[in-house]
Design a protein around this ligand. Structure first.
Ligand SMILES: NC(=O)c1ccc[n+]([C@@H]2O[C@H](COP(=O)([O-])OP(=O)(O)OC[C@H]3O[C@@H](n4cnc5c(N)ncnc54)[C@H](OP(=O)(O)O)[C@@H]3O)[C@@H](O)[C@H]2O)c1
Length: 248
């Protein structure tokens, strides 16, 4: 994939961990300039140092704050002239039963996974259209966008079902105005990241539940780069990427 994305500018949200960090690495390896966004600036700075060079920018961003998201795209414009690729990866799940969870747990998931994603998408589309760029928006959805994974996952699944709806609606909007911009959802099953720690509130939770080998962040990052490097006439709509039942 080396060089396939040379000259492209990518914004990756949730780049401080898991799928986002690996996607930033894979995009940089494919030659893209990358703007890294998340709240934990120290982690972004470390990743930027690892990637090195002039082709990386860091922008601390809380996806619950619209002004942060606008600033993120302003930085990508200042540093790299705009954005050609948006990877809407920032997201989280919380164990939050519909009959008992505090509203704040639902609000956080809705604001990051749905509203923040939609605001970032709008900012990216406007930037791409201003420059006439044949850009690409990738939403990191989930298998939870396709079926509810369990009783404590209702609101999380609702946010990811919403991401699926937003993917299809954006595709329809872009097609109606004959835009060259593409939109894709990538829907992973279980991936070995900090997601389970956040979901359960237990550090190391994912490592504790390791009966089966699940996906590595790199597996999803490679799928994203594959999606981004298809020919212009081809749009991958929703890519389901699941682990097999291979034992550890
Ligand atoms: N792991 C899985 O099994 C799995 C499966 C399907 C889909 N997914 C999806 O994959 C995406 C990435 O998750 P992951 O598995 O890589 O989990 P992760 O390791 O916990 O990473 C989550 C990322 O989202 C960022 N984030 C969370 N809240 C944020 C906020 N308010 N503002 C800005 N950034 C925020 C985090 O950054 P900061 O905390 O530094 O802000 C972090 O970089 C999510 O959308 C998740 O729903 C994961």
């Amino acid at each position: 994939m080396a060089g396939l994305l040379a000259g492209k500018s990518a914004v990756v949200t949730g780049a401080s961990s898991g799928i986002g960090s690996e996607t930033a690495r894979a995009l940089a390896a494919a030659g893209a300039a990358v703007t890294l966004a998340a709240r934990r600036a120290d982690r972004l700075t470390r990743l930027a140092a690892e990637l090195g060079g002039e082709q990386v920018a860091v922008q601390p961003t809380d996806m619950r704050r619209e002004e942060d998201i606008r600033r993120l795209f302003a930085i990508a414009r200042e540093r790299f002239g705009g954005v050609d690729i948006l990877v809407n990866n920032a997201g989280l799940g919380r164990a939050a039963p519909l009959g008992s969870a505090p509203t704040e747990l639902w609000r956080e998931m809705l604001e990051v996974n749905v509203l923040g994603l939609a605001i970032a998408t709008r900012e990216a589309i406007q930037d791409m259209e201003r420059r006439g760029a044949a850009g690409h928006v990738v939403h990191v959805a989930s298998m939870a966008a396709h079926r509810v994974p369990g009783p404590e996952s209702g609101m999380y699944a609702a946010t990811k079902f919403a991401v699926r709806a937003l993917t299809e609606a954006l595709r329809q909007e872009l097609r109606a105005r004959k835009s060259p911009i593409r939109v894709t959802a990538v829907s992973p099953g279980h991936v070995f990241t900090e997601f389970a720690d956040v979901f359960t509130g237990t550090p190391g939770a994912q490592a504790l539940d390791s009966r089966f080998k699940i996906l590595e962040p790199r597996d999803v990052a490679e799928a994203i780069v594959w999606v981004l490097t298809r020919p212009p006439h081809m749009e991958v709509h929703d890519l389901l990427v699941r682990p097999t039942a291979q034992k550890n």
